[in-house]
Ligand binder design. Structure first.
Ligand code: ADP
Length: 253
């Protein structure tokens, strides 16, 4: 039996007369990577920000870690990790100083070096955030979600704009976070990423969840309808070439 860590029941969000989220219900299980996919405007951010206690809902019920969003939003804040905008990383502070600043906001004592080791950035501890590459910035941003030792982390398009190696490094990191027992909820527009990472996926469209299953389950269902992909003519693609030429191991990105 899987334990439910997030439960969303009949959630609706209206902006004026516009229904952005239309009576959706779903559950996220403890210890899984759960993907929320869908085209721009589908209602993903609205849904996640409501769960994160950052936005008011119109109606419905939300429970996070057994806590009722209506009654205990501050308790919920303590058990979740939300990615901070990288623009909030004061450019003049180094990574250890930034961690100290953020842990002060959470009222937590954190071993900054230990945290940086987790995201493979120990060698950048004394560097300023503006001196990081795109992939390193993203890893640091993920580190900031872990400061309060959360039960659940929310990652918003964690690999957008990264090169193929940096994406793979991030995938490894996200899996490691999950394997350490933290539930991960992420949004992505990359289907290969969702297929690689997610234990289960909800696909949203026009404010509704139109499908919820494992990636495998969804693919099998489509194949069972007789769907066939155009045959692949080559055994490798350009991404394989790129990774083969530049190396796929944990390189500094
Ligand atoms: P997604 O994250 O899937 O791209 P959003 O949740 O950001 O979708 O937006 C869903 C819909 O709600 C969109 O049509 C968007 O324009 C609208 N919307 C989002 N935020 C607001 C807001 N603060 N006021 C009015 N409409 C909004």
């Amino acid at each position: 039996m899987k334990n439910t860590i997030i439960s969303v029941k009949n959630l609706t969000k209206n902006y004026g007369s516009f229904e952005a989220v239309k009576d959706i219900s779903f559950e996220v299980y403890e210890g899984e990577i759960f993907g929320l996919l869908g085209p721009n405007g589908a209602g993903k951010s609205t849904t996640l920000e409501i769960i994160e206690t950052l936005r008011e809902k119109t109606s419905g019920k939300v429970f996070v870690g057994g806590l009722d969003l209506d009654k205990a939003p501050n308790e919920i804040k303590k058990i979740i990790g939300v990615q901070l905008q990288t623009s909030g990383f004061y450019p003049g502070l180094n990574l250890l100083e930034l961690i100290k600043l953020f842990s002060g906001l959470y009222n937590r004592e954190v071993d900054g070096m230990e945290l940086l080791k987790k995201v493979n950035l120990a060698d950048k501890a004394k560097n300023k955030s503006k001196e990081l590459s795109g992939g390193q910035k993203q890893r640091f941003s993920i580190a900031t979600t872990l400061i309060n030792n959360p039960k659940i982390v929310f990652l918003d398009e964690p690999t957008t704009g990264l090169d193929p190696q940096a994406r793979r490094n991030l995938w490894d990191l996200i899996k490691k976070i999950r394997d350490n027992g933290t539930t991960v909820i992420l949004t992505t527009h990359y289907m290969d990423e969702a297929e690689q990472l997610c234990d289960r996926i909800a696909i949203m469209n026009e404010g509704k969840i139109i499908k919820l299953d494992s990636p495998d389950g969804m693919i099998d269902e489509l194949v069972a309808t007789g769907f066939e992909r155009p045959k692949q003519v080559k055994a490798a693609n350009l991404e394989d070439v790129f990774l083969n030429l530049t190396g796929i191991e944990m390189k500094p990105d």
